[in-house]
Design a protein around this ligand. Structure first.
Ligand code: PHE
Length: 351
């Protein structure tokens, strides 16, 4: 055994010194120290050789193991030094451009939306995404089991109910911030809030996402009427979409506004005519109008829940999807809303 150890040592030293690359060196290492390597095999044999030889062989083997491993490390350093010295600097090679990140287009849209309303004196608010049933539904005039709740396909959180505020949900709309804002302002109008936040609904399709954003306006003061709502919406349409755009209100129903409306904006492709340049039906809107979202005059019950006297004060509210509003602005015919969150950089970089 002792002879064999000596032979292996000389052989290995020779092979190490003959290496020119890291790969070759690694091969040599595995040949001796890998699972089935020569030295490993001998180490495994130690317990079965006779006692008189075992002690000295063990010592020898360990010494040689240390020596060879050190030698491999030294050789590795030599090889690396050589690679470094041989590398020449070529000033004509094009540089590697660092990746520069930029803001996601929905974040840009949120900033832009807020800027428009900030000019009208609305201040930005954000309320919890994980919300009590009471703020998301009950305080908005949708009692337990009311069928109107079906509209908001809600995720319920598996957590103990609160005695006062009920079950916990992922808020399905930003209207949950209405009563919260009234309470935060100590129920003292004037209140001008723009709440832009994430919402969650159990829906997924080319037009719906489980997570999306809404922006919610709330304006409460003495003598607020539908004309203020219409004026605010028109101001937003002109500033966000362009001078020529108009809005229209269509009667609708929400439990938390009375009267309620759906808001449409004139189509930017056919200028609200419904007829395109080739004299056929506009492919984007088909009618001259595009649907933006809901709005209405705050229901007296909601004002009361926020501690505000509906005989003294009135207000309006509106709530629309950020993604949809953004897509309309850009005149983008995004075939699938999900692409906005697909992390497809080739797509997102276009904006
Ligand atoms: N919260 C309603 C929705 O999600 C929109 C809305 C907001 C309607 C405010 C009226 C007033 O559809």
């Amino acid at each position: 055994m002792l002879d064999l150890i000596q032979t292996l040592k000389n052989q290995a030293l020779h092979q190490i010194s003959a290496c020119h690359t890291n790969d070759e060196l690694e091969e040599v290492r595995v040949r001796y120290f890998g699972k089935k390597g020569e030295i490993t095999k001998l180490l495994k044999k130690l317990p079965i050789i006779n006692k008189s030889e075992r002690k000295i062989a063990g010592q020898n083997l360990n010494e040689i193991k240390d020596l060879l491993l050190k030698e491999i490390e030294r050789k590795k350093a030599d090889i690396e030094k050589e690679i470094y010295q041989n590398a020449r600097f070529d000033p004509t090679v094009p540089g590697i451009e660092p990746q520069i990140g930029n803001t996601h287009l929905i974040t840009c849209a949120i900033d832009e939306i807020y800027e428009v309303f900030a000019k009208l004196g609305f201040s930005r608010a954000r309320y919890p995404e994980v919300e009590y049933d009471w703020f998301a539904f009950e305080s908005l005039n949708m009692g337990k089991g009311h069928p109107a709740r079906d509209e908001w396909e809600t995720f319920f959180v598996d957590a103990p109910d609160d005695k006062k505020y009920g079950e916990i949900v992922l808020t399905p709309h930003t209207s949950s911030g209405q009563v919260r804002e009234m309470l935060r302002r100590n129920s003292t109008p004037p209140i001008r809030m723009i709440n832009i936040a994430k919402c969650y609904r159990r829906q997924i399709s080319i037009r719906h996402l489980v997570m999306f954003h809404q922006f919610e306006g709330l304006f409460i003061d003495k003598g607020i009427s539908i004309t203020h709502l219409k004026g605010t919406l028109d101001y937003f349409a002109k500033n966000f979409f362009g001078e020529k755009r108009k809005t229209r209100l269509r009667p609708f129903h929400f439990r938390f506004t009375e009267p309620s409306f759906e808001v449409d904006i004139s189509c930017g492709v056919c200028n609200g005519t419904g007829i395109d340049k080739e004299n056929s039906k506009c492919k984007l809107c088909k009618s001259g109008w595009l649907e933006l979202g809901g709005a209405g005059m705050v229901h007296p019950v909601v004002l009361k829940n926020g501690g505000i006297d509906p005989n003294k004060y009135t207000g309006f509210a509106f709530g629309w999807g950020v993604e949809r509003t953004f897509m309309m602005k850009a005149g983008l015919n995004i075939p699938d809303i999900r692409i906005l969150y697909s992390s497809d950089l080739n797509y997102l970089k276009q904006f």
